[in-house]
Design a protein around this ligand. Structure first.
Ligand SMILES: NC(=O)c1ccc[n+]([C@@H]2O[C@H](COP(=O)([O-])OP(=O)(O)OC[C@H]3O[C@@H](n4cnc5c(N)ncnc54)[C@H](OP(=O)(O)O)[C@@H]3O)[C@@H](O)[C@H]2O)c1
Length: 237
């Protein structure tokens, strides 16, 4: 169905992002596997084996506007379109802290990566999506950014948590701005996943963690937009 879909995945050299690339490639997409270190993107494509034929390595640091511009220009030149954007790259850099004691330098850095990164990518790619009136934007968020969890004291990584809350806000705002188009914008909590970020005790494999992001990336026309999802179900912001 999605043989000619062109997808970009950020932070795809390891963890959930890598698995999203694998699943999208398997479903027939052409996938731009991006990493802030080009050599890691290249190695990750090689690790895909035969599926690597459907993937293309590219350098992308989501905090660097010039890197985003270069990527957008190369995709425009090579493919002429972008169908799917998975904003997966993120950092969780402030460990267990209370908001009142937060190191605001770390908060700033988290927001730069986890909010401004996805925002830059949307600004770079939505115009191309508009040209073809097709787009699926998946913002990989976290339950730790949901208002309910914050209010229950579960936002123990303050910069990470509020950056994801803001990413949820960006998701709702863009979905509303793009209402009436065939560009669907959603956020997803992958669950607690065994990666470098999630740690070895997490209950989900990367395959399970990537399932809902990939499902959102491949939504049919008329699918939902402006929601936060976990296990393919809408959950409260
Ligand atoms: N794992 C969980 O339990 C869990 C739970 C809820 C939500 N999430 C979300 O799921 C997504 C993926 O998480 P993960 O567990 O796979 O994390 P991970 O294993 O730590 O991988 C993070 C990826 O993001 C990349 N990255 C970080 N900063 C970047 C930048 N400035 N530009 C480009 N890439 C950058 C990293 O690249 P380098 O290799 O260069 O560092 C790496 O590829 C994140 O959005 C995370 O918040 C994860």
């Amino acid at each position: 169905m999605s043989v000619d879909r062109v997808a970009v995945v950020t932070g795809a050299n390891r963890g959930i992002g890598y698995e999203i690339v694998r699943q999208l490639s398997r479903s027939g997409c052409r996938v731009i596997l991006t990493a802030r270190d080009y050599a890691k993107a290249d190695q990750a494509v090689r690790r895909l084996g035969d599926l690597g034929e459907r993937a293309v390595p590219r350098q992308l640091d989501v905090t660097d506007p010039r890197s985003v511009e270069r990527l957008a220009a190369s995709i425009h030149a090579d493919f002429g379109k972008i169908d799917i954007l998975v904003n997966n790259a993120a950092i969780a850099n402030d460990g267990e802290q209370r908001g009142i004691d937060a190191d605001l330098e770390l908060v700033h850095h988290a927001v730069e990566t986890n909010l401004f990164g996805p925002w830059r990518l949307c600004q770079a790619f939505v115009p191309m999506m508009r040209q073809h009136n097709y787009g699926r934007i998946v913002n990989v968020s976290s339950g730790m950014g949901a208002f309910g969890d914050l209010a229950e004291g579960k936002g123990v990584e303050p910069g990470y948590s509020v950056s994801k809350t803001a990413l949820n806000g960006l998701t709702a705002m863009l979905a509303s701005e793009l209402e009436g188009t065939n560009i669907l914008v959603n956020a997803v909590c992958p669950g607690w996943v065994r990666t470098d970020m999630g740690g070895p005790s997490a209950d989900l494999s990367v395959e399970d963690g990537a399932d809902t992001p990939v499902w959102l990336a491949l939504l049919p026309d008329g699918g939902p937009s402006g929601g936060l999802f976990r296990r393919r179900q809408r959950i409260p912001w």
